[in-house]
Design a protein around this ligand. Structure first.
Ligand SMILES: Nc1ncnc2c1ncn2[C@@H]1O[C@H](COP(=O)(O)OP(=O)(O)OP(=O)(O)O)[C@@H](O)[C@H]1O
Ligand SMILES: [Mg+2]
Length: 235
């Protein structure tokens, strides 16, 4: 159907420590899929495994029906899987504009120009800041830059790792608005890793909860009851 990316019984480890345990998940076009869970349960490891930054020990990852779990990270990026890492990872000594240009590297050579009207209408602040060094932006502005950098490659899958972490409320609202727009655009399948429950609930169509590397819950908004939240998400 409209499943863009499907993980089936994915396992991943760091050396001897087995982190992801038979994780199965699917992302649909035009939907936001939330992955939640307490600290250290393996959320970031899941995104890194989908991106190929951590190898899958077993299990499969399919993108548009093609198996990609053996593909190199840059090949996955060129297929249209974009990743906004936890901590943002923008380059502090490059300008905002140069940081955006880095996102173009996933495109064929003839197509590497920044879609400025798209980027600056989603993130007006980046237009204002385009000549500033990345490192001089606030945390929230860096997060917006990191999302914009992922979008200039025109992806089909956008994975965001805790985009609200450490960010001031006004910018969290802006980011939420951008994600709503991207979702309603209908082209993207969005995977949102988030511990800020209310934010995830305003955006997500479907939820997975991880606990110690395994999926312990999946379902839509109605199935995500207070009991489930208390059991797996509150601290
Ligand atoms: N590079 C690494 N080498 C060894 N162990 C790691 C490495 N990265 C993460 N881990 C361990 O793997 C487990 C899962 O970590 P991961 O970062 O995926 O969790 P998380 O759910 O993203 O946590 P958080 O909510 O704090 O971001 C943790 O026990 C962590 O200590
Ligand atoms: Mg994490």
């Amino acid at each position: 159907m409209s499943d863009v990316l499907v993980c089936d019984r994915l396992n991943a480890a760091y050396g001897e420590s087995h982190i992801l345990k038979d994780v199965s998940l699917r992302l649909r076009k035009g939907e936001v899929t939330a992955v939640m869970g307490r600290n250290g349960v393996g959320k970031t490891t899941l995104l890194k495994t989908i991106m190929g930054l951590v190898p899958a020990r077993s299990g499969t990852i399919s993108f548009e029906g093609d198996r990609i779990e053996q593909s190199a990270t840059d090949a996955r990026a060129r297929r249209g899987i974009a990743y906004v890492p936890q901590g943002r990872e923008i380059l502090p000594r490059m300008s905002v504009y140069e940081n955006l240009q880095l996102g173009l590297e996933v495109l064929p050579r003839g197509q590497r120009s920044i879609p400025e009207s798209m980027v600056y209408s989603l993130f007006p602040i980046l237009h204002e800041m385009r000549h500033r060094m990345g490192g001089n932006l606030s945390g929230g502005q860096q997060q917006q830059l990191s999302i914009a950098r992922a979008l200039v490659g025109n992806p089909f899958v956008l994975m965001l790792d805790e985009p609200t972490e450490g960010i001031q409320p006004s910018i969290i609202q802006d980011i939420e608005g951008v994600l709503q727009q991207l979702k309603s655009g209908g082209r993207l399948a969005i995977l949102l890793v988030e511990q800020y429950l209310a934010f995830a609930q305003r955006l997500a169509d479907y939820y997975y909860i991880l606990d110690r590397g395994a999926v312990v819950f999946e379902g839509d908004r109605e199935k995500l009851t207070d009991d489930v939240i208390r059991k797996y998400l509150t601290f």
